[in-house]
Design a protein around this ligand. Structure first.
Ligand SMILES: Cc1cc2nc3c(=O)[nH]c(=O)nc-3n(C[C@H](O)[C@H](O)[C@H](O)COP(=O)(O)O)c2cc1C
Length: 191
């Protein structure tokens, strides 16, 4: 199975990256192909809302072609499961991930002369880190992603999250590391 892990924290070696490490390691140990993409160091321009992509059949078709998004979108299309690894920032995800989520538009052809989807049926999973208690902290983001999956005909696979109680140390505990590994095995085992 091919995974595309989108790591959305501005800290490339922060809490979210730390929690994602054992997850990626477990996927690889079980034979999965993993592409790990950090978003904070990429050039991700915001969607213009021009709808031009909605009139381009069979390809992404975004008019913005001078940033890193077309390359990232290709890696997403090549994968079976896309993992959003993110800290919760102001009840959602940090800006580069939100900008990339908005740029999904050309993957769904719903609003123009083009028809179909370039990613229907793909799996989406979340790895989150957060300061507040789990349900309170992650509710808005998880709800948003669940609705996004329904809208785009993607399969929502669930979320693994750990609370930041002691910076990096919170994500190095046995329960955090084992939980991340178990989440990876769950994704590999489910159709
Ligand atoms: C700008 C900013 C906004 C945050 N907003 C939230 C929030 O809305 N809810 C929450 O539970 N934690 C929030 N946090 C805490 C982070 O989610 C938490 O510390 C996380 O583990 C940071 O991960 P990182 O090191 O990968 O960036 C915020 C932190 C920052 C810096």
């Amino acid at each position: 199975m091919k995974f595309c892990v989108l790591m959305g924290s501005p800290k490339l070696n922060g809490n979210t990256a730390e929690l994602t490490k054992p997850f990626v390691d477990e996927l690889k140990r079980n034979g999965a192909e993993v592409t790990y993409i950090t978003l904070a160091d990429k050039n991700i321009k915001p969607c213009k809302g021009c709808y031009a992509c909605q009139h381009v059949s069979g390809e992404y078709g975004c008019v913005i072609d001078d940033d890193d998004v077309p390359g990232i979108i290709n890696r997403m299309i090549e994968s079976d499961c896309i993992v959003l690894a993110t800290p919760i920032y102001t009840w959602y995800c940090p800006a580069p991930m939100k900008a990339l989520l908005d740029r999904h538009y050309g993957l769904n052809k719903y609003y123009g002369s083009a028809k179909g989807s370039l990613w229907e049926g793909k799996k989406i999973a979340i790895i989150a880190t957060h300061g507040y208690e789990r349900g309170y902290a992650t509710g808005p983001f998880e709800t948003g992603i669940k609705r996004f999956c329904k809208h785009s005909n993607l399969k929502y696979m669930g979320m693994f999250s750990v609370r930041d109680e002691d910076d990096l140390a919170s994500f190095q505990t046995e329960s955090a590391v084992n939980g991340a590994r178990a989440f990876a095995r769950m994704l590999l085992s489910r159709e």
